[in-house]
Design a protein around this ligand. Structure first.
Ligand code: FAD
Length: 386
């Protein structure tokens, strides 16, 4: 693997770096689920959109920069290097939109992609249900065909960005008689459709951006089904693989987090924490190299299912270990909670810690990643499918 960037790539990095440094927001944002926070995120993202940086990895015909995987990595590294805010439309920009590009009709692409690119619509992902998470194909939300519509009934849960989203890409069962992984369809719907109810969910660390979404006889045009009816499981693999793949500057974010913690450690260092910090440095460096290796293999068109799972597994482990170290260094101070506002969000440190634990669950839990590595990486027998 040749890790030398070309002159053109270096020039692109300098261009992105200069733009981000000049235009980056100066203040920390409120959470996106508050009116002030949402306005701050939208303002910042408006400048990204106007500069053509809304979805740099999208093809030019859909408003992106048409970057290859290395160009995307450079952009993501620069974005993460400044620890800039996560995108409120990332479910759509990273997963939903590219799935529509891969499987949607020309009408669907023309209708949905421009509004997604410029945040006119915020998208969320409606896959998980109360009894369908790791075993996603156990989903029970139904889509009954009636004339030109699908009539949805059921419930989705753990919907990130659900409280601010206006559209959802969802998996629904359109043929209950078919085998478990068949008879599922992938559909895009408006969340203001009559019969759709979004209920906010507040997490343990105070974050209230999650939602559960209920459908009661909600009529969604059949024209909103992406790909053939009953082929939703296959279509959803595009979205799920994108979720587990490389990118989003994760290795740079890990390095950033470790630097923050190392900075704290300078105040109060003992040999045990020095040793742990040294290990974390070794892990984050190895993680960065593994991210480069995966980018390299994928840009040569290789399929790397097990490697993507190894990265996802390591990412959550390193993230949690960094935040555990941070809590250990801060001791009791990390846990100070306001007695004036007991419902106020937890202090940032504690929030970061809990968020790192969530990384062991979303986009496939730690145990599921291990199963994938065992099957795809080691060639061990697949779990029997019910
Ligand atoms: C921060 C966050 C954001 C999320 N955002 C979204 C979203 O936007 N949209 C969406 O649809 N979903 C979202 N999810 C849901 C997420 O996809 C599920 O939580 C996840 O798939 C796990 O499903 P579950 O919670 O039902 O747990 P379960 O699948 O019930 O798992 C419970 C435990 O059993 C283990 N387990 C399950 N099956 C196996 C197996 N075969 N072998 C070994 N161990 C197993 C799991 O690893 C876990 O430890 C989000 C979750 C989190 C934490």
């Amino acid at each position: 693997m040749d890790l030398t960037f070309t002159e053109q790539q270096d020039a692109f990095r300098q261009e992105v770096r200069a733009w981000l440094e000049e235009n980056r927001p100066v203040d920390d944002f409120e959470p996106y689920y508050t009116p002030t926070g949402l306005a701050q995120y939208k303002d910042w993202e408006r400048s990204l959109i106007d500069a053509g940086y809304s979805a740099p990895g999208w093809p030019k015909e859909y408003g992106g920069l048409g970057l290859d995987l290395w160009g995307q990595l450079i952009y993501d590294e620069e974005y993460a290097r400044l620890n800039l805010p996560e995108r409120i439309n990332k479910m759509g920009l990273l997963h939903g939109g590219p799935t529509v590009m891969a499987h949607g009709t020309e009408e669907q692409k023309a209708k949905w992609l421009p509004d997604l690119l410029d945040n006119t619509h915020i998208w969320c992902q409606g896959f998980s249900e109360p009894d369908a998470g790791s075993d996603l194909a156990a989903l029970r939300t139904t889509g009954r065909i009636e004339g030109e519509n699908l009539i949805l009934n059921g419930q989705k849960t753990w919907t990130s960005f659900g409280v601010i989203a206006t559209k959802m890409f969802a998996l629904v069962r359109t043929d209950p008689a078919a085998a478990k992984h068949r008879g599922i369809s992938f559909v895009v719907l408006d969340l203001d459709t009559p019969g759709v109810e979004v209920r906010p969910l507040r997490q343990l660390h105070g974050h209230a951006g999650f939602a559960e979404v209920f459908f009661t006889d909600a009529a969604v045009p059949l024209a909103n089904v992406v790909g053939p009816l009953g082929e939703g499981w296959r279509i959803a693999q595009t979205s799920l693989q994108l979720e587990r793949g490389t990118g989003r500057g994760v290795h740079t974010r890990l390095e950033h987090a470790l630097n923050e913690v190392t900075h704290l450690a300078r105040r109060d260092l003992d040999s045990a924490s020095m040793e742990r910090l040294g290990s974390l440095k070794a892990w984050t460096s190895a993680f960065a190299h593994a991210s480069y290796a995966l980018t390299d293999a994928m840009s040569r068109g290789e399929e790397k299912t097990a490697d993507a799972s190894v990265l996802k597994l390591r990412q959550s482990e390193i993230q949690t270990a960094i935040r555990e170290e941070q809590l250990a260094l801060l001791g009791g101070d990390a846990e100070l909670i306001s007695d004036v506002e007991p419902d106020a969000p937890l202090p940032t440190m504690l929030r970061e810690y809990w968020h790192s634990r969530a990384g062991e669950i979303f986009a496939g839990t730690t145990q599921i990643q291990k199963n994938i590595i065992a099957e795809a990486g080691l060639g061990l027998p697949r779990e029997p499918r019910p």
